[in-house]
Design a binder for this molecule. Structure first.
Ligand code: ARG
Length: 455
C-alpha cells in the first residue's frame, strides 16, 4: 500500500519494518476517540474557512459511517498503514478521495496521538472511578453490619489491640477515597487539549483551538506546542494512581488470604469466588485474592516501564513514545479486571464473628487498657507499662489471660487495682473507650459510615 507520507521515498518500507513500526495491533482500540477528534478538527477547519464547509460536513459524515463499519466488524485495519490514525485517514480517503485528503490540514500525528490518548484515558478513568465507587459501597455495607464484630488488630502481624471488623474495613474505604481523589485530580491535569501543537512548532493556519477543546470536553488548551506533543506526565501519573489502587487491593488481598486460612478462619470466601485443587480434594483456595496480589506487580511493571521509556527522550515527539500505549493499556485493563471481581469476592464472603472474637481474646490485646487503668488511678504511664509487662510474663508462665487473674493476683502487682478492673478491660470496653475521631468505638465508626453514606 502506498504510504500517506511516501512522497520523498523511492523505495517502499521493508515488510519487517512495517511490522516493527506498526502500532495498529494495540492502538486500534482508540478508534472512537480518533474519529471524534478528527470530526471536531474537520468541523473547526470548515468554520474557520480553512477548508470548504461542505468538505468538512462530508468528512464528518463519512467518519460516522467508518465508525459504524468498524463497530460492525466491516473494516480490516492494515499493518502497513501503521497506526489507527493513518488507518482511518486512509479509509476516509479511499471513500471520499480529495475531500478526505483535506482532513489533516494543520494537524500532525504527533498532536493527534496526544489528543487521542488523552481522550481515551479520560474515558477509562471514568470507568475505573465508577468501579471504585462500587467497591466503596460494598465496604460500607459490610462495615455497617460489623460495627460490633470485635477482632484483634495487629502490628507486626502480632496481636496488638482489639478493634472491630468495621473499623478495619473502613481503613480501606479511606484508602479508596484517596485513590478516587487522585484519579479525579489526574483527570484534571490530563484534560488539556493539545491539537494545534502540530508536529512540534504549532501551525500557520488560524485554527480555533478553543472551539475544538470545548467540542471535545476539554477544560483548556496546551500552552506550549513542544510540550503539547511530548508530555506524557498524565500517562505516568495515571500509572502511579493505578499502582496505588492495586497496592491497596493487594494489601486487602493478603489479609483475605490470611483470614481464610485454617489458622485464622476469620472469613470464608464464597464457593463461587474460590477455586479447588486438581490433586487435593479438600482444598478451597483464594485464587482471586492471590491473582489480584500478583497482578499488582504487573501494574508496577507498567509504571516503571513508562518511566524508563520517557527518561531520555529529547524534545519533542520521538517514536519511543509509541511504547506508552501497551503499558498504560495493560495497567488500565488489569485494574478494570480486578476491581469488579474483587468487589464481588468481598460482598459474598462470610464473616466468622466467633473466630474473630476468640482471636481478640488471646494475645493480651487488652494489656494497654490494663496499663491505662493504672494511669487513670495515678500511676505514671511508664511505670504502668512495666507493671503490666510483668503481669503478662506471669500470665504466660501460668498459661492464663489477664482477665482470668483473680483480684488477689491483680492486687499483688499493684494496690491500685480494684473490682472494676474486669469491666474496664473487657474487649467491648477496650473498643468503645477508643471513641476519639478515627477510633474503633461503635458510635465513632457508625458516625463515619453515616457521613460517607450521605455524600
Ligand atoms: N503511532 C504513533 C504513536 O503512537 C503516532 C504518532 C506517530 N508520529 C510520527 N511522527 N511517527 O506514538
Amino acid at each position: 500500500m502506498a504510504k500517506l507520507w511516501g512522497g520523498r521515498f523511492s523505495k517502499s518500507t521493508d515488510t519487517l519494518v512495517d511490522d516493527f513500526n506498526s502500532s495498529i495491533r494495540f492502538d486500534a482500540r482508540m478508534y472512537a476517540q480518533d474519529i471524534k477528534g478528527s470530526q471536531a478538527h474537520a468541523e473547526m477547519l470548515g468554520r474557520q474557512g480553512i477548508i470548504p464547509e461542505a468538505d468538512a460536513e462530508l468528512i464528518v459524515k463519512t467518519l460516522d459511517e467508518i465508525k459504524a463499519d468498524i463497530e460492525n466488524n466491516k473494516v480490516e485495519f492494515e499493518i502497513d498503514a501503521e497506526d489507527i490514525h493513518m488507518n482511518i485517514e486512509t479509509i476516509l480517503i479511499s471513500r471520499i478521495g480529495d475531500v478526505g485528503k483535506r482532513l489533516h490540514t494543520g494537524r500532525s500525528r504527533n498532536d493527534q496521538v496526544a489528543l487521542d490518548i488523552r481522550m481515551y484515558l479520560r474515558d477509562e478513568i471514568d470507568e475505573i472511578l465508577s468501579d471504585i465507587e462500587d467497591l466503596k459501597s460494598v465496604i460500607l455495607n459490610i462495615s455497617e453490619k460489623h460495627l460490633e464484630t470485635v477482632m484483634p488488630g495487629y502490628t507486626h502481624l502480632q496481636k496488638a489491640q482489639p478493634i472491630t471488623f468495621a473499623h478495619h474495613l473502613m481503613a480501606y474505604y479511606e484508602m479508596l477515597r484517596r485513590d478516587s481523589e487522585r484519579l479525579t485530580d489526574c483527570r484534571k491535569r490530563l484534560n488539556v487539549m493539545p491539537l494545534g501543537s502540530g508536529a512540534l512548532a504549532g501551525t500557520t493556519y488560524d485554527l480555533d483551538r478553543d472551539f475544538v477543546a470545548e467540542k471535545l470536553g476539554f477544560d483548556s488548551v496546551t500552552q506550549n506546542s513542544l510540550d503539547g506533543v511530548s508530555d506524557r506526565d498524565f500517562v505516568l501519573e495515571l500509572a502511579f494512581d493505578l499502582s496505588t489502587v492495586m497496592m491497596h487491593l493487594s494489601r486487602l488481598s493478603e489479609e483475605i488470604i490470611l483470614w481464610s486460612s485454617h489458622e485464622f478462619k476469620f472469613i470464608e470466601l464464597d464457593d463461587a469466588y474460590s477455586t479447588g485443587s486438581s490433586i487435593m480434594p479438600q482444598k478451597k483456595n483464594p485464587d482471586v485474592a492471590e491473582l489480584v496480589r500478583g497482578k499488582t506487580g504487573r501494574v508496577y511493571g507498567d509504571l516503571i516501564g513508562l518511566f524508563t521509556v520517557m527518561k531520555g527522550i529529547p524534545l519533542a515527539y520521538n517514536k519511543d513514545m509509541q511504547e506508552d500505549k501497551e503499558q498504560i493499556f495493560d495497567a488500565v485493563d488489569t485494574i478494570k479486571m480486578c476491581l469488579p471481581v474483587f468487589s464481588k469476592m468481598l460482598a459474598t464472603m462470610t464473616v466468622n464473628k466467633d473466630a474473630m472474637l476468640t482471636g481478640a481474646k488471646g494475645g493480651f490485646t487488652n494489656a494497654t487498657d490494663v496499663a491505662d487503668y493504672l494511669v487513670k488511678h495515678g500511676l505514671p504511664f511508664r511505670d504502668a507499662h512495666a507493671v503490666v509487662g510483668r503481669m503478662v510474663a506471669y500470665c504466660i508462665e501460668k498459661d492464663k489471660v489477664i482477665d482470668s487473674l483473680t483480684i488477689e493476683e491483680f492486687k499483688s502487682f499493684s494496690a491500685l487495682f480494684d473490682d472494676d478492673i474486669y469491666e474496664e478491660i473487657s474487649l467491648t470496653a477496650c473498643v468503645n473507650q477508643r471513641k476519639l475521631t478515627g477510633g474503633p468505638a461503635v458510635e465513632t465508626v457508625r458516625a463515619v459510615i453515616e457521613k460517607y453514606k450521605n455524600n
